[in-house]
Design a protein around this ligand. Structure first.
Ligand code: CUA
Length: 355
């Protein structure tokens, strides 16, 4: 009994671990719970391939079990060798034709989906939104083509409309992945621009990850896609356009923070308008769900981030110790007052675990 248990102990452990880990994860960050056209198509393909795998596995195991039992060594017949078959036309035809059929069943929908997801036929049409996505170490910039507005980290889109993404990178290769909405797509440096589209069926906050190893803080390169109704999306655009970066904050501390921000941070960051995206655009900052994409939105974390970004996200481009902790405190007060739009605030959201 002991030996038997010992042999299979690691199998049990791995089995239990796999079952427990499969319970981990977050709604709206799962390719298995699609809420968009691309993700739905991909889940269908996964299901087809898993069904084929199960079919092949069951048949092979059944034949294996049959041979094991039927041709096992029997008492009194130790020296008997079963009839040997060498070359059988019908068998060979069967095990050649069946895999061909299975491959066709897999290939036809896969090729169809590939062309479907690469379709750009409506891009540039009246009222069809295109967003320029730029991957940066370690944050995302979204520039709304023809809209004169830009955001960072939070991509707002209207539901049930195709939104095209023209994707590139400012430094190394990143990969844009919102598992609940679509498959992933690399963002490349240089002239090589990739294009994909998102189409969300439901309003919601969908989490995204960078899916290409891009440096020491690759795992900290999260972002959000916020899908709202087309009416709310128009409202959001309106709100974003009406942002006045010079608007006076309420508290004295925030007012001082604004001045410090304008003097120290504005050369890279922007508030309002369509920034070039040297650093993240911080419009509507108070509505971010995480600091720098991954940290809990406490003021303490924000102050830490402003002073020591190098310690929190190693390898990122934001200079450390540009301001003192006291100054950072005021800048944080200012940023946390940047509440520019109500749109999307009421959507339920479940952020991945804190880093
Ligand atoms: Cu960007 Cu990984």
């Amino acid at each position: 009994m002991r030996g038997w248990m010992g042999k299979f102990r690691s199998l049990f452990l791995f089995g239990a671990l796999a079952m427990i880990l499969s319970g981990c994860g977050v709604d709206n960050l799962s390719a298995l719970k699609p809420k968009g056209y691309g993700a739905e198509l991909l889940l269908d393909l996964m299901m087809i391939s898993i069904a084929i795998m199960i079919f092949v596995f069951v048949i092979v195991m059944a034949i294996y079990a049959f041979v094991l039992v039927r041709y096992r060594e029997k008492k009194g017949q130790e020296d008997v060798i079963p009839k040997q078959t060498e070359g059988n036309k019908s068998l060979e035809v069967i095990w050649t034709v069946i895999p061909i059929i299975l491959l066709l069943v897999l290939a036809v929908p896969t090729v169809q989906a590939t062309f479907d997801l690469a379709d750009q036929s409506t891009q540039g049409d009246e009222g069809v939104l295109t967003v320029e996505v730029t991957g940066n170490q370690y944050w995302w910039h979204f520039n709304y083509e023809g809209e004169e507005l830009a955001t960072s980290q939070d991509l707002y889109i209207p539901t049930n409309e195709r939104v095209y993404l023209n994707m590139k990178s400012s430094d190394v290769i990143h990969s844009f992945w919102v598992p609940t909405l679509a498959g992933k797509m690399d963002t490349n440096p240089g002239e090589n621009m990739n294009t994909m589209y998102l189409e969300a069926y439901e309003e919601g906050v969908y989490w995204g990850h960078c899916a290409e190893l891009c440096g020491p803080s690759h795992s900290l390169m999260d972002f959000r896609v916020i899908a709202v109704s087309p009416e709310e999306f128009d409202q959001w655009k309106e709100d974003m356009r009406n942002v006045d970066p010079e608007a006076q904050p309420e508290t004295t501390s925030a007012q001082e923070g604004q001045e410090l921000f304008n003097n120290n941070c504005m050369s890279c960051h922007a508030i309002g308008g369509a920034s070039m995206g040297v650093g993240p655009n911080l419009t509507n900052y108070a509505n971010r769900e995480k600091i720098a994409g991954v940290f809990e939105p406490t003021k303490e974390n924000l102050v830490d981030w402003i002073v020591h970004p190098d310690e929190m996200k190693p390898g990122n481009q934001m200079p450390a110790n540009l301001v003192t902790e006291e100054e950072a405190d005021k800048i944080a007060d200012y940023l946390l007052e940047l509440d520019h739009s109500e749109v999307g605030k009421d959507l339920p959201t479940q952020a991945p675990d804190e880093e």
